[in-house]
Design a protein around this ligand. Structure first.
Ligand code: SF4
Length: 463
């Protein structure tokens, strides 16, 4: 599973060049998207540099120093919809009769095909296949009519159905927008006289800035020469923060909606230990994301935590090999068993989720081949039974193992000695939010926004 994107917006009241701040913020959000990235800086005119690849592939010292200006925005992208090509890389820039705007988006618009057809019927022309362009057209149409940016964004929010955290740069401002349910994260930070808007608070740590607060669900934040202004965009009675941001996607050192992600993951492990008397020699994790679960579990049960799989840190997320045997090799290249630790031992193995089940099955086999006597699999999320239509790249329902098999059948497929998932109730307890505050769509099929069949097909097409 992969996150779609990360956004950053920076405004300096001291007139300092912000490109280095944007670069380092994007660097710390690299886990949210590795296919392409870009920076837009405003300095009398708008200047955008973008390219395919990681932040360090696209930007070097020369490119960064050439981008001078005291406000701008950045974006890292992974495509869940819209192909992987330079035309789809963000920031997406639009010129209009009142000026121009650059926009970056994290999320997925569930009614984008319908909106796009209606805009095309009204004469709009699209140059990319992204939802971001649909959002840009909606805002610009309002702007051309009224000349008012905030009311144009409010109008666009009334028509958009889905998840969106936006960073927007105009000729005189930086704007942050979060969807009415707060599905995707967005935070506000500050260093000296510079404000930063970013997908995760870890971006602030990377530049020594301080987290001020989360951007509220449905809030529009405008930063211009007069200061920071907050406007109500669209409010819903409940929120629907993506539970997977806590379980897997966000960095453990980020604070999301008031919760440190690392603490939530440790708490998940503690909760899973409450009712689990399995007799083992030690607890281990699939590195890195499952480590806090395993530490919380081990602490609660008074068991040792040890490493049993060593990760090759130089194998990137883009390491994809097509054939079955090559994929098996890829798992071995990424994760090697520490035979001295696992041989003859009974272990609890933590992972963050099971999608198709193939990777978990291979890891269990690797541990058994290394001499592990028993492998008891523990999963730090409830079973995923349905795809995500809100910005996370997932396989189809038929490919999700928990949607087609019960827990005992999944255990048989994995080859583990036992298998337990976190319960939905345990997940809510660990995050400290209930079903009226979280999106649990991929666990329950109750999504916070209606999902249209054509939109589902659009997502599947690009998986
Ligand atoms: S459906 Fe699942 S992955 Fe998608 S936003 Fe909701 S909780 Fe997150």
């Amino acid at each position: 599973m992969k996150e779609e994107c990360g956004v950053v917006g920076v405004y300096s009241f001291d007139g300092k060049d912000v490109a280095p701040l944007i670069f380092y913020s994007m660097y710390s959000l690299q886990h949210r998207g590795q296919e392409s990235c870009g920076i837009t800086i405003i300095n009398d005119k708008l200047e955008t540099k973008k390219g395919m690849g990681l932040v360090t592939d696209v930007f070097d010292f020369g490119k960064l120093t050439a981008l001078t200006g005291s406000f701008g925005m950045g974006h890292v992208r992974y495509s869940t919809c819209g192909e992987s090509m330079l035309e789809n890389a963000a920031p997406f820039v639009v010129s209009h009769s009142q000026g121009y705007l650059a926009i970056g988006h994290n999320g997925n618009i569930a009614n984008s095909l319908e909106l796009k057809s209606s805009l095309e019927e009204q004469g709009e022309v699209f140059v990319s296949t992204t939802d971001t362009e649909v959002i840009a057209h909606l805002i610009v149409r309002g702007l051309v009519k009224t000349g008012d940016m905030v009311s144009s964004i409010q109008d666009a929010m009334r028509r958009l159905n889905g998840s969106y955290s936006l960073a927007i740069a105009t000729g005189d401002s930086i704007i942050g927008v979060r969807d009415p349910f707060g599905i995707k994260p967005l935070s506000l930070g500050k260093i000296d006289n510079t404000y930063i808007i970013a997908s995760e608070s870890v971006a602030f740590d990377s530049v020594n800035a301080e987290l001020i607060r989360d951007v509220e669900p449905g809030e529009i934040i405008v930063i211009d020469k007069e200061g920071l202004h907050s406007y109500k965009g669209l409010k819903k009675a409940n929120t629907a923060h993506c539970m997977f941001e806590y379980v897997y996607f966000s960095r453990p050192d980020s604070v999301l909606d008031g919760k440190l992600v690392y603490s939530v993951r440790e708490r998940i492990g503690e909760i899973m230990a409450e009712d689990d008397p399995v007799d083992v020699d030690f607890v281990m994790a699939v590195p890195d994301s499952a480590i806090p679960f395993a530490l919380g579990y081990a602490k609660k049960r008074g068991l040792p935590y040890r490493e049993g799989l060593i990760k090759n840190r130089y194998v990137g997320r883009t390491f994809i090999l097509p054939k079955q045997t090559a994929r098996e090799l890829a798992v071995r290249v990424k994760l090697n068993p520490l035979i001295a630790n696992v041989k003859g031992k009974r272990v609890v193995l933590f992972d963050d989720s099971i999608v198709r089940g193939t990777t978990s099955a291979r890891l269990i086999q690797i541990l058994k081949d290394a001499g592990a006597k028993e492998v008891h699999m523990r999963i730090g999320s409830p079973p995923i039974i349905s795809p995500c239509f809100l910005g996370i790249d997932m396989p189809t329902k038929e490919e999700l193992i928990a949607s087609v098999k019960d827990i005992e059948k999944v255990r048989e497929k994995l080859g583990s000695d036992s298998l337990k998932y976190l319960s939905i109730e345990g997940l809510q307890r660990a995050i400290g939010k209930d079903e009226n505050q979280l999106c649990l769509g991929c666990l329950t099929e109750n999504y916070p926004v209606p999902t249209d069949q054509r939109e589902q097909e659009k997502l599947v097409k690009y998986l």
